[in-house]
Design a protein around this ligand. Structure first.
Ligand SMILES: [Zn+2]
Length: 306
């Protein structure tokens, strides 16, 4: 960077000298027909004003204030979801980055600049500040991509997955049922995850998750009405962000995967661990191409929407 700056300074200095020479030449040749060469010699002065770094530095400066506000709002924005007070949007940073097409380590000013473009497309004020209006727009986008048909699964639509696919290897057969195409998509996705060396998943020679591997194992699949009622009785205060009356799990197309931490605990501290795991980050980047969409609030919960 330093070298580039030095080069730019030197180039500017050289061009200044050149421009001086050009104007001297013009003055000394006053009254004569202007040489066509003058135009080509002046051109580099125009080029320098359009140089990438200068434009980028301008954009950075323009979004520095927005980036400073985002640094606060990321942890402190007060909003409500599922009848509960929520703090910030840091738990959804990966999901937001996926939409904005920014990397996790993007500079805060680049994040704000990308956000402003998205805001403009959404008809929001392109401030680059991730305020409540913008967060709500992200949330409604995620929610609109979830399963629309929540019809209860017919028995012939369900297959019983082997216990080796489950986080609890002793899970009973009744609780291992999954909608047929969802299960096929799950197996394809897991095969792709196993093939990704960056995840380093323990697997068998046959390409299945190893018994000792926890990540990507299914925590919960199809839930019968009776089982869902039972879960609700066990945790009556879960609220609407917790156990839904009309659960997507009753379709057989919703799967809870192990993505780290306490498997299905919505406390912020637990979700903060989960959203940082390589497996969750991989799901954010890749699940969609296998037909799975996230429930933003529960890092473990994915729905097969194809
Ligand atoms: Zn779930």
């Amino acid at each position: 960077m330093k070298n580039i700056r030095v080069n730019i300074v030197l180039t500017v200095a050289a061009l200044a000298v050149l421009a001086g020479a050009v104007s001297l030449a013009a003055r000394s040749s006053r009254g004569q027909t202007q040489s066509p060469k003058t135009d080509t010699r002046v051109k580099p002065t125009v080029l320098i004003t359009e140089r990438g770094p200068t434009a980028k530095e301008n954009a950075s400066a323009a979004f520095a204030a927005a980036a400073a506000q985002n640094a606060v709002l990321e942890n402190e924005l007060s909003w409500k979801f599922g009848g509960k007070e929520q703090h910030g949007w840091y738990l959804y940073h990966s999901l937001i980055g996926r939409i904005l097409n920014t990397q996790g380590d993007a500079a805060p000013t680049d994040f704000a600049a990308a956000l402003a473009v998205w805001q403009k497309n959404k008809g929001l004020s392109p401030s680059g500040v991730l305020d409540e209006d913008s967060l709500r727009a992200f949330v409604s986008g995620w929610q609109s991509n979830r399963l629309k048909n929540r019809a209860y699964a017919e028995p012939d639509q369900l297959v019983t997955a082997p216990a080796s696919d489950f986080f609890d290897p002793e899970r009973v057969a009744d609780l291992r049922r999954v909608e047929r195409s969802t299960y096929a998509a799950y197996k394809q996705m897991v095969a792709a995850a196993i093939a990704d060396p960056t995840l380093n998943l323990a697997h068998t020679p046959q390409g299945e998750l190893a018994p000792a591997e926890k990540y990507f194992k299914i925590v919960s699949a199809f839930r019968s009405r009776e089982y869902q009622d039972e879960l609700r009785r066990q945790s009556p205060n879960a609220g609407s962000a917790g156990l839904a009356v009309n659960s997507p799990h009753s379709t057989g197309r919703a799967l809870d995967f192990y993505v780290g931490g306490d498997p299905v605990d919505t406390r912020d501290a637990n979700r903060a661990i989960q959203v940082k795991t390589p497996v969750y980050q991989w799901l954010v980047r890749n699940a969609e191409r296998f037909g799975f969409r996230p429930y933003f609030y529960e890092p473990w919960h994915w729905e097969y929407v194809k």
